[in-house]
Design a binder for this molecule. Sequence first.
Ligand code: ADP
Ligand code: MG
Length: 288
Amino acid sequence: SIPLGFFGGIGGASKSGILIKGSNFLEALNHVKYVVFDKTGTLTKGVFNVTNIVPKGELTAEQLLEYAALAESYSNHPIAQSISAAYGKEVNKEVIGKYEEIAGHGIKIEVDGKAILAGNKKLMTKEAISFVEEAAIGTMVHLAIDRQYAGYIVISDEVKEDASKAIAGLKALGIKKTVMLTGDAKKVGEAVGQKLGLTEVHAELLPHEKVEQVEQLDSRKQKDEKLVFVGDGINDTPVLARADIGIAMGGLGSDAAIEAADVVIMTDEPSKIVTAVKIAKRTRKIVW
Ligand code: ADP
Ligand code: MG
């Protein structure tokens, strides 16, 4: 039978906006030593602002932004939303033909019969388009039109204030490693890692490589140590499922992510993980 105290713990957690899908996960939270975070939308706000538009051809900045907005018009990635917001107008979807979104890369789309690519350096490399590898501080979205490089848009995200609180709280609880995994560029990842004082950052990862990183960390654990993965559910469902405790966060998460997660945080505050571990420890004292 399940000790009654566990229900108190789960109930208490739910009042704090933390849904724990079973007493085994509440117990496991006592043994967390590795906390692995996704970046975008988890440690950062996931609300990007366009900070620079740099055409490298005949297009004006406004035209480059319009192509980007068209390319992103079917995507629900935070990058897509920020580009649409910067464009600020409805795009004419009638001109859009074939469309494909490639996880961790970007978009391939037909606009007015032209082949448009919008994405990161992995997409450009994969499609053999030479591009400007400038040291912009921010996430670069490169564009190519009919295989001609057309320029790039720089967008910047901000670290959540609550993320610093989360990392400090985890350290105070004796967590061994606070790790961030991201599909974004190394420069961007390292800046966030430094700002938050994370112990490890792994960047430029595809969704399946995030799973591999979790597996590697997992193999470093000692017996009885648990690994948590925290993500916003965009492209990280496989990692959520692979971790000892998968935590889905915020309103952005998909149904699939909520399904794959063991714990769901209803707000967008990563510091709720600290709350969850504290509730687990308190519950344990009552049960044993
Ligand atoms: P993160 O790991 O930071 O949550 P993702 O795995 O969702 O990020 O995406 C990784 C990278 O892939 C992004 O930083 C971006 O460069 C590129 N990318 C993904 N989706 C898009 C998109 N819709 N448009 C442009 N670039 C994209
Ligand atoms: Mg993500």
